[in-house]
Design a binder for this molecule. Structure first.
Ligand code: MEV
Length: 391
């Protein structure tokens, strides 16, 4: 959502604007400001609760995703991430981002050791039995049209046989449903394979839940963003950004940092909306290495008029429903601020944030360097000096 000079407004003014735009109730606004209200719910979520830890919650502006303006709540302690995302998104205006997702299918794995020679063939033949066993209990996901949809079998180099159960988890993250299903089919898998079932759990390499976001950054917009202080022409800025991108393509040391920048944005959205950001992180980095070599999660090239085309593609199992989301009033308020109606919309928007974040980082790395912007933000915020913890 584009709100002119949002970052220059006072805290109260920013809150008023967001409350009005998102239609937040007084209560929803309060939960953003009073994390201690969450203590009772938190005590039901984890063991040995001592309190709740505040993480700054900000909102990124300028996001237009598939033609729709969105405010994007981000929970993160790192200075300049929200500013960078908003800036990367602003430079892609007025068109903004295109985003799509491949569906909401998670993979559950059943590992079999010591299986018979024909185990893979026999398991595949029994696919329908496996699916009906997985879906047999009346789970909410099955009632709503989701559930196990397919089964695949892999044989690993060490001879272990692995059954993949493909489960449509709809708008949930799905780990619990998938784990229940793979545990349920395990005895049948053991019978059919003639081996012993060991591990039965969801895979975080969610390749059936991929999101792709793309945008075009006009070279003139990139040049103008330096307000007359750019050292080169628009074409040179695009070329310099492509050079920095190419560095990540050829060097895993750089690719790790490149992808860390992308995940700065995506994790912050995941955390703000009560999602399992560790699952997202694990899947993203495994996906980055899926070719056998660790690669950047984004791609860039020059289009036929010399503008910069960028694309981010990664597994994004972000949920809009689930116990840890509905128990967390601030996550519910964040989803309302974002105005997303489904897991697909949330994940697609998060992918756009990752791409915007990455473009913003490449833009400064290719030109003035990262520290100038950081220092400007520190100065503006007048952050207190770091203090030592007294033991
Ligand atoms: C810092 O948290 C993230 C960056 O290092 C990302 C990058 O280098 O691409 C700025």
């Amino acid at each position: 959502m584009t709100i002119p000079c949002f970052h220059k407004k006072s805290f109260q003014e920013r809150l008023r604007i967001v409350r009005k735009r998102a239609g937040l109730t007084k209560r929803e606004e309060e939960v953003l400001l009073r994390p201690d209200r969450f203590v009772k719910a938190a005590d039901c979520m984890v063991e040995n609760l001592l309190g709740v830890t505040p993480v700054p919650l900000g909102v990124a502006t300028n996001f237009v995703v598939n033609g729709k303006e969105r405010l994007v709540p981000m929970a993160i302690e790192e200075c300049s991430v929200i500013a960078a995302a908003s800036n990367g998104a602003k430079l892609a205006l007025p068109e903004g981002f295109r985003a799509k997702s491949s569906g909401s299918v998670m993979i559950g794995q059943v590992q079999v050791v010591g299986a018979g020679r024909n185990a893979a063939r026999d398991l595949l033949k029994a696919k329908d039995r496996l699916l009906s066993e997985a879906n047999c209990r009346e789970s909410t996901i099955v009632k709503l049209g989701g559930g196990a949809k397919d089964a695949q079998v892999r044989v690993l180099e060490n001879g272990h046989v692995v059954v993949h159960l493909l489960v449509d988890v709809l708008d949930s993250m799905g780990a619990n449903s998938v784990n229940s299903m793979v545990e349920r089919i395990a005895p049948l898998v053991q019978d059919i394979s003639g081996g012993r079932v060991r591990s039965r759990i969801v895979s975080n390499l969610a390749v059936e839940r991929l999101c792709t976001a793309s945008a075009v950054w006009r070279k003139e917009a990139l040049l103008e963003s330096f307000h007359g202080e750019a050292k080169g022409s628009a074409e040179e800025i695009v070329d310099a950004i492509l050079d920095v991108y190419e560095f990540a393509l050829y060097d895993p040391f750089r690719a790790a940092t490149h992808n860390k920048g992308i995940m700065n944005g995506i994790d912050a959205v995941a955390l703000a909306t009560g999602n399992d950001w560790r699952a997202v992180e694990a899947g993203a980095h495994a996906f980055a290495a899926i070719s056998g070599r660790y690669m950047p999660l984004t791609k860039y090239w020059k289009d036929d008029v010399g503008d910069l085309y960028g694309e981010a593609s990664l597994p994004l199992p972000l949920a809009t429903i689930g116990k840890s989301i509905s128990a967390n009033p601030s996550a519910m308020a964040a989803l309302k601020i974002m105005g997303v109606a489904s897991s697909a919309e949330l994940s697609e928007t998060a992918a756009c944030v990752g791409l915007a974040q990455n473009l913003a980082a490449l833009r400064v790395l290719a030109t003035e360097g990262i520290q100038k912007g950081h220092m400007k933000l520190y100065a503006r915020k007048a952050c207190p000096p770091a203090r030592k913890n007294r033991a």
